[in-house]
Design a protein around this ligand. Structure first.
Ligand SMILES: Cc1cc2nc3c(=O)[nH]c(=O)nc-3n(C[C@H](O)[C@H](O)[C@H](O)COP(=O)(O)OP(=O)(O)OC[C@H]3O[C@@H](n4cnc5c(N)ncnc54)[C@H](O)[C@@H]3O)c2cc1C
Length: 282
């Protein structure tokens, strides 16, 4: 028989997760699909929805702190998020459809660690830090180190994602997001890309480009970044960066797309996103 626990504090939840076979549940939009009935599949289900420590979006040293139990609907509607990190709101509006956005959480998307998780490249491009808590204390992990292998994260057993910290964004921070799927809603990505950079004249500085659905984990497109960083951005350079991006990923053929198509689309998407930073082709 399954026990469903509804802790009201983080420490209570962490104690509950210490039990054998206990599993954390947030919006349950991934767990329900995997298990159909998590109540049958797990000995103890620990509901994270009543933990104040995991909730809210607030200013944090010029940047933002986003609680792990924040839903994508909350992100989509947040004034702070829309003003500071428009690509976060944009991404949130592409997760499933409205019903999914009302339940699905930031922490669930990260911990589920699907290579097609739409928020993951966004956190990577924005240089986020993940706040993690366990019974022995808390720690912070740079987002670049969060996804270690296919569906494997930096979380140790019994640990929880508490929230994310996004470093300060000023007006010079150019942010771009593009999801390519079969249709506008309720589509899992064939390719998803996020980009952040500071624009100085015709150059991009501190460029971070990350992509999903093109490798076993979300990936930084470091070869493309290195080509463009600090150079006058021309259409030829943007095209070369797109091709470099296509060469540095390892997509697969699956039910949603083919590896060749994913490479082709990635090259075009990166080229267009770079040019869009300078008001060019979007
Ligand atoms: C119809 C449909 C459409 C979807 N469309 C999209 C889409 O377009 N893009 C996309 O990226 N995803 C999509 N998803 C997947 C899913 O909605 C997201 O991954 C969602 O963010 C999962 O969050 P959740 O709160 O529902 O997670 P849950 O299902 O509650 O949990 C998922 C996993 O994360 C763990 N977990 C949850 N919270 C925490 C935490 N704070 N700390 C540690 N571990 C935690 C759970 O133990 C579990 O292993 C879709 C799902 C469905 C059913």
């Amino acid at each position: 028989m399954t026990v469903a626990l509804r802790p009201t504090s983080l420490s209570e939840a962490l104690d509950a997760l210490g039990a054998n076979g206990a599993v954390a549940v947030a919006g349950c939009t991934d767990l329900m699909v995997v298990d159909h009935a998590p109540a049958r599949a797990h000995a103890t289900v620990v509901d994270l929805s009543r933990l104040p420590e995991l909730r809210g979006v607030r200013e944090d040293s010029g940047g933002l702190w986003i609680g792990a139990a924040t839903t994508f609907a909350e992100l989509r509607e947040s004034k702070l998020v829309r003003e500071r990190f428009p690509i976060v709101a944009e991404m949130a509006g592409t997760i499933g459809a409205l019903q999914i956005q009302n339940r699905a959480t930031v922490g669930g998307n990260i911990a589920n660690a699907s290579p097609a998780g739409d928020s993951l490249p966004v956190w990577m491009a924005l240089d986020a830090e993940v706040e993690i808590a366990g019974r022995s204390g808390s720690r912070r992990v740079p987002y670049d180190e969060m996804h270690r292998a296919y569906r494997e994260t930096a979380l140790a057993p019994g640990e929880l994602i508490v929230g994310l910290r996004l470093p300060a964004a000023d007006e010079a921070l150019e942010q771009r997001f593009r999801k390519v799927g079969t249709r506008a809603a309720q589509a899992i990505s064939k390719v998803v890309v996020a980009l952040a950079a500071r624009v100085h004249g015709d150059e991009l500085h501190g460029l971070r480009i990350a992509a999903g659905s093109v490798a076993p984990t979300p990936v930084r497109l470091r070869a493309a970044e290195a080509l463009v960083e600090g150079q006058p951005l021309t259409p030829d350079l943007a095209a070369a960066a797109g091709l470099a991006a296509a060469r540095e990923v390892t997509p697969i053929d699956d039910v949603r797309s083919t590896a060749d198509y994913r490479r082709f689309v990635l090259a075009r998407t990166v080229r267009r996103m770079l040019l869009a930073c300078q008001g060019g082709e979007a």
